[in-house]
Design a protein around this ligand. Structure first.
Ligand SMILES: [Zn+2]
Length: 196
């Protein structure tokens, strides 16, 4: 018997892995109007998340991934003016430009959430380190990590090190979040239209 088969399998496996490489970095989502705020927990199946998130957002938000440091998203973040940052997965408000600061770490940094109740933290022992993971409280999506006591000249000396890929930016001056529908205002004078 010839032993060519194992080699063939090995070669084809190698080729499959090199085509799977991602090349293009998608920018941070930006919108002119604030997303509707989730009223309770947002729960979806993995398949549903895959439908509404880009592959990179899915990898970070649902699989606790990390975006490339100092990438295009970070540059975009540094250039952004005043505005609000929402969870790209569920729309919950997380941070604003008021808490944004330049930590030079290569990822979007904030010293505090703008809506503390929309952010939860938990101990993360992955990767041989002890870190504090930051998640969206509404959908559970992974956002990044928070570090304390690094000596930054900010009101909290905390650094919320966040993946910009899983944020949605709405520049200030855009429309406010849609208020909950208040029906009484809508009166359509249908009958008047039938004037003689
Ligand atoms: Zn969320």
């Amino acid at each position: 018997m010839k032993s060519a088969l194992p080699l063939l399998v090995a070669v084809s496996a190698l080729c499959a892995s090199c085509t799977a490489e991602e090349k293009k970095e998608k920018p941070m989502e930006t919108a002119s109007t604030a997303p509707q705020q989730p009223t309770g927990k947002v729960e979806k199946t993995e398949e549903e998340w895959k439908k509404i998130l880009t592959p990179e957002q899915y990898r970070i938000s649902r699989q606790a991934g990390t975006e490339r440091a100092n990438g295009d998203v970070y540059k975009q973040f540094k250039d952004q003016g005043a505005g609000t940052y929402y969870c790209a997965a569920c729309g919950a408000e997380l941070f604003t430009s008021n808490e944004k600061f330049d930590s030079h770490c290569g990822w979007p940094s904030f010293y505090d959430p703008s809506k503390a109740k929309n952010v939860i933290t938990k101990d993360d022992y992955s990767g041989g380190m002890v870190r504090t993971e930051v998640n969206c409280a509404k959908c559970g999506g992974h956002l990044g990590h928070v570090f304390k006591g690094e000596g930054f000249d900010t009101p909290t000396d905390q650094r919320y090190c966040i993946n910009g890929t899983v944020l949605k930016f709405v520049p200030a001056g855009g429309a406010k979040p849609e208020p909950k529908k208040e029906e009484p205002k809508k009166e359509e004078p249908k009958k008047d239209a039938e004037k003689k």
